[in-house]
Design a protein around this ligand. Structure first.
Ligand code: NAP
Length: 314
């Protein structure tokens, strides 16, 4: 068993879940933190070993045999995506090369049809890893529960659930933080997950936004009410912001966020069949047991909350 693992991005949603999964497995979780967490704002478990400084330094200090990289741009802006999802990730791969560590990279299933800056940045990092000579696992998950929970407050305020088109333009197999974290940790000791790109969803079936709305209304005990947003309205918003973005950096950033929102309104988070150009639910592998329906029920009971950050646009 791989006993010592260095986690990059351990303070993010999935990074935290990975730390918990490593500790639950009886492995040592070494966490590399950015300096702003030095005051103790990280909220990581006491049993996690903390490191500050460089990836190379943390690998030497910890003697880790593997790296699980959950680092990601927090803003989603093109410059940040290239700085974090690409440049910082490639620097980490280079540091791991010197130590011969197995490198598990958290990517995203949406890179199959790359239209956004962060997707190109992630693809470039994936390519650098594949060319590195390291043992690697590239994990491309479907949608996270938090990204499908942005409308809870709207519904609680008596507003309708927003749908793009008829609410059946897309589908995904939502995956919980815990199930994804266990899958990432499972890459360490399973040769079937080595030197491969691994698309992964949660337990099926694939569900549409319309079905998600139904689940959320049922969990909240409210009568379903929907408002439909035509995709062409989103196109108009993206176009207007892009125009404004030519003269204002703030509007350019908003335009990229609007493009991201438009992308997820029209593209499924499922395996893409390169022959037909269609998303294929049956071909999308599944893992774990935790369902979005149970998650919504827990949200409705106030047992947990979601820090949405930039995901609030969805
Ligand atoms: N949302 C979805 O449905 C979905 C689906 C599939 C794939 N994904 C992918 O999953 C990945 C991780 O998502 P997440 O929600 O866990 O991310 P997150 O919560 O935003 O966490 C990002 C992590 O990266 C760290 N980080 C940010 N900038 C950094 C930098 N310059 N140097 C070092 N560390 C840095 C953050 O540290 P600080 O605490 O110091 O900021 C934090 O630990 C993303 O790549 C995303 O594209 C998301």
């Amino acid at each position: 068993m791989t006993a010592r693992v260095l986690v990059l991005g351990p303070t993010g949603t999935i990074g935290r879940a990975v730390v918990a999964a490593l500790l639950a497995d009886g492995r040592a979780a070494h966490c590399l933190l950015r300096p702003h967490h030095a005051g103790g704002s990280h909220g990581l478990p006491e049993r996690a070993a903390l490191h500050f400084g460089s990836v190379a330094g943390a690998l030497t200090e910890s003697g880790a045999e593997a790296v699980i990289c959950c680092m990601a741009s927090r803003s989603g802006s093109p410059a940040d995506a290239w700085a974090v999802d690409h440049a910082a990730t490639v620097a980490a791969i280079e540091a791991a090369q010197k130590h011969g560590a197995h490198f598990v990279l958290l990517s995203a299933i949406c890179v199959q049809r790359p239209l956004l800056a962060f997707q190109h940045a992630k693809l470039a990092a994936e390519a650098a890893l594949a060319a590195s000579g390291l043992r690697y696992s590239v994990v491309r998950p479907t949608a996270y529960f938090k990204s499908l929970s942005g409308q809870v407050a709207r519904l609680q305020a008596g507003k309708p659930f927003l749908l793009f088109g008829d609410g059946r333009l897309t589908a995904c197999k939502p995956i919980s933080d815990g199930d994804l974290a266990r899958y990432l940790v499972g890459c360490l000791d399973d040769p079937d997950r080595w030197n491969r790109v691994l698309p992964i969803g949660g337990p099926g079936p694939a569900i549409t936004p319309l079905a998600q709305g139904g689940m959320l209304f049922a969990a909240l005990g409210l009568k379903p009410r929907y408002a439909r947003v035509p995709v062409r309205m989103m196109d108009a918003i993206v176009g207007a912001l892009a125009l404004g973005g030519r003269v204002s950096g703030r509007l350019a950033q908003k335009a990229e966020l609007a493009r991201i929102g438009r992308y997820y309104a029209t593209e499924s988070m499922l395996v893409l069949d390169p022959e037909t150009g269609r998303y294929d639910a049956a071909a999308t592998p599944e893992t774990g047991t935790e369902t979005l329906e149970e998650f919504y029920a827990r949200l409705a009971r106030g047992e947990l909350s979601v820090a949405l950050g930039e995901h609030s646009v969805f």
